[in-house]
Design a protein around this ligand. Structure first.
Ligand code: GTP
Ligand code: MG
Length: 317
């Protein structure tokens, strides 16, 4: 069997062949190249049908990924449920429920409140429930071919849970192997989503930065797990934080096309939903007041600690 130029290159590198031969083979490698990168043709713009679309600068394109991260009850799963209802009303949705939190009851509630046809949604969902990382990474290669519908959305809740809970990847020495697998796993989904015209939305857990300054805003103190390699895969990274009651705030933290922005929303029977202008203003005011109180509290605590450190402890008389 004749070898592809890529295969020849790989072998040459191993045996350190001369540079001239190397160059000859390089010329045979075919590289994808777009002749008109700034084509006037309008790209197909996808949206999620939720209030978070305001953060996507007009829409997403096929194969793009959105990462939702935030502490427990910050609304990650509720956002996914709402996106699932919207997308499954129009086409196929692939769900990777790695945390076993998928709720049919909640989907039905959101669909009813949004006036969607539950039978259509039901017939458009492929629900996978992996309970080990091996099963999770096996999902893209094992998808039905062709897919039983026009794919609109892939959701993964959450991306890292099964990788974090397994002893194989414990310790720093195994980190590289784990990150490589996660990147590969997402790339598989990205390829499918790009080809089919769908987007990928996944959730991620957070850790509190132990060296962060208490005066910094919350989004600067909590980071998504998975380190730099996961940070580089996402096209849109959205940090979620709790405000009062059922109000939540989504912050677009990282995107290569648009600057950081925030969007306030609430969780209700429609899944995630908008607030009226008055409610929104009130929520923002309350949030600002709360943040100030928190900062003041932290400041007092810090000053007290410093005073204690400076005051010599008197020996009991
Ligand atoms: P973890 O998976 O634990 O990391 O959290 P998460 O960010 O996925 O949280 P989730 O999206 O499940 O949000 C949970 C929050 O949504 C809780 O505060 C619930 O009270 C709220 N919630 C869930 N269902 C409803 C509902 O039907 N109505 C209202 N108003 N709130 C709801
Ligand atoms: Mg969740």
């Amino acid at each position: 069997m004749t070898k592809t130029p890529e295969e020849q290159l790989r072998e040459m590198k191993k045996t350190s062949e001369g540079w001239e031969d190397f160059e000859k083979v390089l010329k045979k490698v075919q590289i994808p190249c777009e002749v008109l990168p700034l084509s006037k043709e309008k790209p197909i713009i996808l949206n999620s049908g939720t209030v978070l679309d305001d953060l996507f600068g007009g829409g997403l394109s096929a194969g793009q990924t959105v990462e939702l991260y935030g502490e427990f009850a910050s609304g990650k799963t509720q956002i996914l449920f709402t996106m699932i209802v919207e997308a499954a009303s129009k086409g196929l949705v692939i769900i990777v429920d790695a945390e076993d939190t998928f709720s049919r009851k909640r989907i039905v509630q959101i669909a009813t409140a949004r006036g969607k046809d539950i039978d259509v949604i039901n017939s458009n969902i492929l629900l996978y429930k992996p309970d080990r990382w091996e099963q999770q990474v096996s999902i893209p290669p094992n998808l039905p071919d062709p897919l039983p519908g026009k794919l609109k959305l892939v959701v993964i809740d959450s991306l890292m849970a099964l990788f974090r809970s397994t002893p194989e990847f414990a310790g720093r020495s195994n980190l590289g192997k784990r990150q490589e697998l996660i990147r590969w796993h997402l790339r598989q989904f990205k390829k499918i989503a790009k080809k089919e015209g769908a987007i990928i939305v996944y959730t991620n857990q957070v850790y509190d930065d132990p060296v962060s300054n208490p005066f910094l805003p919350k989004w600067a103190c909590q980071h998504p797990v998975g380190g730099h390699s996961v940070a580089h895969i996402g096209d849109y990274r959205i940090f979620l934080r709790k405000a009062r009651g059922n109000v939540r705030i989504a912050r677009l933290v990282d995107n290569s096309e648009i600057p950081p922005a925030e969007r306030v929303f609430q969780i209700n029977e429609r899944g995630i939903d908008d607030l009226s202008n008055e409610q929104r203003e009130e929520a923002i005011k309350k949030e600002e007041k709360y943040e100030k109180q928190q900062e003041a509290g932290e400041f007092v605590k810090k000053r007290k600690k410093k005073e204690e450190e400076l005051t010599p402890i008197e020996e009991g008389e």
